[in-house]
Design a protein around this ligand. Structure first.
Ligand code: CTP
Ligand code: MG
Length: 240
C-alpha cells in the first residue's frame, strides 16, 4: 500500500451512560486490560503515523499513565479533552491534527475507542479506501431484515436488505475534506441535528460520496453490560 501521512482520532470522551458501570466504560478491564487498550494497540501496530487520543478532561492523566506509558504506545502524540457530543470530540481531534501540521494530501481515520475488536486487516482496508475514494466508512451488510416503523409502532416499509449496512468505525477521510465539512457543521447548530457518525458529516456538508468498506461482524461496539461478555470471548478467541 502506498504510504500517505495518516493520523488517527481515537475517541474515548463519552460518558458510557448505557453501561451503568462504576469504572468508566473505556477503562473497564476486558481480559485484564483496559477496553481502550485494544484499539490503541491495533493502531499502534498499523502503518498510521500519529494517534490523537480524545478523552474526558478528568481522565487525561489516567490515560497517559494507564495506556500510553504503561504499554509504550509511541504513536499516541497527544491526549486531549473531548466535548459534550461525539462530534465535538472529533472536531477537537481534527484541530489537534491540524496543529501537528495535517493538511492537503493527508488522511485521517476516526475510530470509537469502544470498538476493541478492530484489527490490522480492517484498518488496511479503510486506509486503502480513504486514499482511493477520499471518504469511507467500515460496515457490514445487515444480517437482519430492517423495517421502518411509523409513529405508532407499525411497520411502514421494508427496505431491500441487500442495500442496508450496519455502519462501524474506523471511518477514513482526506484530511482537508473532513476538516472543511466539520467546520461548516460547527458554524450552524441546525447542521448538527441528528449527526451520529462522521460519514454523515461528509455526506451532508460536503455532498461527498462515502465508500462503504468491509469491516467485520465481530467489530462490535461495547455499549451495554452484556456486550462485555461477548467482547471478552471474541478477544479471547482471536488469540488462538
Ligand atoms: N465519544 C466521545 N465524546 C463524546 C461522546 C462519545 O469521544 N462526547 C466516544 C465514546 O467514548 C465512544 C464513541 O464515541 O468511544 C462511541 O460512543 P458511544 O458508544 O455512544 O459511547 P458513550 O457515549 O460513552 O456511551 P453512552 O452513549 O452510553 O453514554
Ligand atoms: Mg454515546
Amino acid at each position: 500500500m502506498e504510504e500517505k501521512k495518516t493520523g488517527v482520532i481515537l475517541l474515548a470522551a463519552g460518558k458510557g451512560t448505557r453501561m451503568h458501570s462504576r469504572v468508566q466504560k473505556q477503562y473497564m478491564l476486558l481480559n485484564g486490560r483496559p477496553l481502550l487498550y485494544y484499539a490503541a494497540a491495533a493502531f499502534e501496530q498499523s502503518p498510521v503515523q500519529d494517534i490523537i487520543l480524545v478523552t474526558g478532561e478528568q481522565e487525561i492523566d489516567v490515560c497517559r499513565r494507564g495506556i500510553t506509558e504503561k504499554y509504550g504506545f509511541n504513536k499516541i502524540k497527544r491526549i486531549i479533552p473531548g466535548g459534550a457530543e461525539r462530534y465535538h470530540s472529533v472536531y477537537e481531534g481534527l484541530k489537534e491534527l491540524q496543529r501537528l501540521g495535517y493538511g492537503k494530501g493527508d488522511y485521517v481515520l476516526i475510530h470509537d475507542g469502544a470498538r476493541p475488536l478492530v484489527d490490522g486487516e480492517i484498518i488496511r482496508r479503510v486506509m486503502e479506501d480513504a486514499y482511493r475514494y477520499h471518504a469511507c466508512a467500515a460496515g457490514m451488510p445487515s444480517k437482519d431484515t430492517i423495517k421502518q416503523a411509523d409513529r405508532n409502532g407499525f411497520a411502514e416499509n421494508t427496505p431491500d436488505r441487500r442495500f442496508l449496512w450496519n455502519i462501524q468505525t474506523p471511518q477514513g477521510f482526506s484530511f482537508p475534506l473532513i476538516m472543511e465539512a466539520y467546520e461548516k457543521m460547527m458554524s450552524c447548530e441546525e447542521y448538527q441535528q441528528g449527526v451520529t457518525d462522521d460519514a454523515m458529516v461528509a455526506e451532508r456538508m460536503a455532498g461527498c460520496r462515502v465508500k462503504l468498506t468491509e469491516g467485520a461482524y465481530q467489530n462490535m461496539k461495547v455499549t451495554t453490560p452484556e456486550d462485555i461478555t461477548v467482547a471478552e470471548a471474541l478477544l479471547h478467541s482471536r488469540l488462538s
